[in-house]
Write a protein that binds this ligand. Structure first.
Ligand code: UD1
Ligand code: CA
Length: 457
């Protein structure tokens, strides 16, 4: 049975953050979640995460995931290092299992590579296989030292390397596959006799090698997969690569992205075929977008569900539902719990909040629809305000099917406009409007003849 041990106890000092490093997000998803998901996708169903610094927060953030947490004790009285981290899960290591070691701070590693690492490990009958890559600038990484025949000999940390070793460009990714029995055996032999005074997992390799066990390296071509995040600069770099991957995935599935370098789609977003996305779109969280939509420039959609054939321009949509063939924007704002039926128009500078709107209704310009249930075929004129707040509490407004709300009216909630009700422009409505009737609630116009002449303006 394959298992993984994911190392995530380090402090991440260089992030200069109050948040544990592995919880920092890349394209909307915590780094560690990529590792867990990809490990599972590679067929590893037992995943142990070693936590330490900020461990409780990591545990809370992953309470919904099927993983087991192991606490690495942290403090001056305890050893430190990747070897000590792996030891925290030693009781779970079965003799005959393949144990994959992953790092919580290398979010770009793919399930395909993890799978290939395990396959190479099995095929070569290794006891340890290291995932390696060539880097133009290997500074900071452990170097892969090979003998004259090119066989893996040992891994030397940057801080422990001599000048010759520092010139080696093949580096240790920090990802390995071990045979359970031999990993446990060698873990008991590592010591902290090195520049950092830490227990290094990398020493397991040289110990096994010296004792005649077969060890090997699996070299990946795409070195970006093993990039680690130790700083905010590296976080942004990994975000860029992940963004390119996500955008490519959608394009390969039939979505047109006009400018993939200026389109920000988070990891969990789903998009249907023939949808076109313009620059500056930011699609976040658990958002779903249907087929044949146009997501126009500078549109932010978060945790929302958008139907088919919807067009949205320069607008913001949060935690809302939009059904087929709606037209939104430019400059509209759907705040949480807005539910739009089909074929609705929400136009310039219209804000909707915690409201439902029925099919074929329109609010084309400058309106606020808050805490309302609006029926079908309703016209909300320019400048209409649903006055939902009395300074203490919010109240609801009901506008039934086929009603017409004239421009610049106020509907003072709680209030109802019944079917086919017609509110005259400029009215302030405080009482129910009867079915099929006209409500006028404004001062009558008076014309004072000759007033201007008399004033001598
Ligand atoms: C490690 C490798 C190095 C490799 C590099 C790849 C060792 C000794 N070195 O170095 O060869 O090139 O990764 O990125 O293994 N962690 C714990 N507990 C600890 C220490 C670390 O859980 O006591 C975790 C960290 O949270 C991190 C991972 O292990 O996720 C790697 O630790 P880090 O200190 O970043 O190792 P590197 O110096 O990068
Ligand atoms: Ca690291």
């Amino acid at each position: 049975m394959d298992m993984s041990i994911i190392l995530a106890a380090g402090e991440g000092t260089r992030m200069k953050s109050n948040i544990p490093k592995v919880l920092h997000k890349i394209c909307g998803k915590p780094m560690l979640e990529y590792i867990v998901d990809n490990s599972k996708e590679a067929g590893i169903d037992k995943n142990y995460i070693v936590i330490g610094h900020g461990g409780e927060r990591v545990r809370d953030a992953f309470s919904h995931k099927d993983v087991v947490f192991k606490n690495q004790p942290i403090g001056p009285e305890y050893p430190y290092g990747t070897g000590f981290a792996v030891m925290q899960a030693i009781e779970h290591i079965e003799d005959d299992s393949n144990v994959v070691i992953l790092c919580g701070d290398t979010p770009l590693i793919t399930s395909k590579t993890i799978k290939e690492l395990i396959e190479s490990h099995i095929k070569n009958e290794n006891f340890a296989t290291v995932l390696t890559a060539y880097l133009k600038d290997p500074t900071g990484y452990g170097r892969i030292v090979r003998d004259e025949e090119g066989n893996l000999e040992k891994i030397v940390e940057h801080k422990d390397a001599n000048e010759k070793e520092k010139n080696i460009k093949e580096i240790n990714s920090g990802i390995y596959c071990f045979k359970g029995r031999e990993l446990k055996y060698a873990l008991n032999k590592i010591d902290d006799d090195n520049a950092q005074g830490e227990l290094y997992i990398t020493d397991v390799i040289s110990i096994l090698k010296q004792e005649g066990y077969r060890v090997g390296a699996y070299l990946i071509e795409d070195a970006t997969e093993i990039y680690g995040v130790n700083s905010r600069v590296q976080l942004a770099f990994c975000e860029k690569i992940m963004r390119e991957r996500i955008n490519r995935y959608h394009m390969e599935n039939g979505v047109t992205i006009i400018d993939p370098y200026n389109t920000y789609i988070e990891a969990e977003v789903k998009i249907g075929r023939d949808t076109i996305i313009y620059p500056g779109a930011i699609l976040k969280g658990k958002t779903t977008i249907g087929n044949d939509c146009i997501i126009g420039e500078n549109t932010r959609i978060e945790d929302s569900s958008i139907g088919n054939g919807v067009e949205i321009f320069s607008s913001t949509i949060e935690e809302s539902t939009v059904s087929d063939n709606c037209y939104i924007g430019p400059y509209a704002h759907l705040r949480p719990n807005s539910r739009l039926g089909q074929n609705i128009k929400i136009g310039n500078f219209v804000e909707v909040k915690n409201s439902s709107i029925g099919d074929n209704s329109k609010a084309a310009h400058l309106a606020y629809i808050g805490d309302a249930d609006v029926g079908k075929n309703v016209n909300v004129g320019c400048g209409v305000v649903f006055v939902n707040y009395d300074g203490r509490t919010k109240h609801r407004t009901i506008v039934e099917d086929n009603a017409f709300i004239g421009s610049n009216s106020n509907l003072i909630a709680p209030v109802k406009v019944k079917k086919w009700g017609y509110v005259a422009a400029g009215s302030t409505i405080t009482h129910e409007v009867e079915e099929s009737s006209l409500a006028i609630a404004r001062a009558k116009q008076v014309n004072k003849i000759g007033w201007v002449e008399k004033k001598n303006f």
